[in-house]
Design a protein around this ligand. Structure first.
Ligand SMILES: C[S@@+](CC[C@H](N)C(=O)[O-])C[C@H]1O[C@@H](n2cnc3c(N)ncnc32)[C@H](O)[C@@H]1O
Length: 300
């Protein structure tokens, strides 16, 4: 599917999904084509322009407000009747920024191990449908004011259903490999994270000038496991240093025994991107990155 990224009133341009051979199941569709067509009922507006700004699942403690705007002219006002009494709703949506799927994916949590995509919440699915329970704060006409979510701005939404604890919550069920990873994460972190004087100064500056708390994110990630990992965006920079990317920022670090030393913080985007007027609007923390480069120019 191709989504024309305009405002929430923009239309979908239909594009065929990959055709699957339905074999003996074809008669079940009663002669319908082997595609089942969905149309978005609306689009979500969030502060997250790029994928890495969105959490892997909504962060309930964040004071975030998002707006799901339903399309006009389809009687959705009536369809919303009686929903206001529910404090939470399910959103069924499309990972429209993805173009591919993978049978095995590497989840960001836990060891660098691939898992079958159906055992994960990865966006890279054969039918890229997302499912998110979100707080319903208020309904204003065709707009739903929602709490924290994990969707990027402009994501098409296909359906809304009330979240019903008696039907939808089964806290005692087993959570497979996720439970194993959670148990491993419950033990104290293996690594101590320290900052070089330069990185300390840079982290303080980011927090004080731009309210970017990169420091705690680095400590959270590196104290668990600083080893190279594609989804955690950790790579080897050279013989001595590793590089971790996180949001619009990255950091060079070294590891000696169980001590991770963050050596330097850098903007995640190169100067030519930051100065490119065509890319202006889409770049997260662009102004902060440019200001950072005034203080700490790019290394030659
Ligand atoms: C791990 S998925 C989980 C989504 C949903 N809660 C689920 O379980 O199906 C959440 C991630 O999807 C990505 N994402 C959000 N909106 C997207 C979109 N419209 N297209 C592609 N990826 C998206 C973001 O990187 C976000 O961190």
């Amino acid at each position: 599917m191709v989504w024309d990224p305009g405002d929430s009133e923009a239309k979908f341009q239909g594009q065929s999904l990959p055709r699957f051979d339905l074999g003996g199941f074809a008669p079940l569709l009663g002669g319908l084509a082997n595609e089942l067509t969905l149309h978005p009922i609306g689009f979500i507006r969030t502060q997250k322009q790029v994928k890495f700004q969105a959490r892997h699942q909504p962060q309930e403690i964040e004071a975030e407000r998002n707006v799901l705007e339903l399309l006009p002219g389809a009687n959705y006002e009536q369809a919303l009747q009686d929903l206001a009494g529910f404090s939470r709703v399910w959103l069924v949506w499309w990972f429209h920024r993805n173009t591919d799927w993978r049978p095995r994916v590497m989840p960001p949590r836990g060891p660098a191990k691939r898992r079958g995509v159906f055992a994960t919440r990865s966006p890279h699915r054969p039918n890229p449908l997302g499912l998110t329970p979100v707080q319903l704060i208020e309904i204003k006409g065709r707009k739903l004011i929602l709490g924290p979510c994990d969707l990027v701005d402009g994501t098409p939404v296909f359906d809304i259903k009330p979240y019903i604890p008696a039907y939808d919550a089964f806290p005692g069920e087993s959570a497979g490999w996720i439970a194993e990873v959670d148990a491993a994460l419950a033990v104290p972190p293996k690594f101590t994270v320290v900052f070089s004087p330069l990185a300390e100064k840079q982290a303080e500056w980011l927090q004080a000038e731009w309210q970017v708390d990169f420091r705690s994110r680095l400590v959270e990630l590196l104290a668990r496991d600083p080893s190279p990992h594609r989804t955690r965006r950790i790579t080897r920079r050279d013989d001595r240093e590793f590089l971790i990317g996180c949001g619009a920022w990255r950091a060079g670090f070294t590891v000696t025994d169980n001590v991770v030393t963050v050596q330097v913080i850098e903007p995640g985007y190169p100067q030519r991107f930051l100065h490119d007027p065509a890319k202006r609007n889409g770049l997260p923390d662009r102004d902060a990155q440019l200001a950072f480069l005034e203080v700490w120019p790019e290394r030659p």
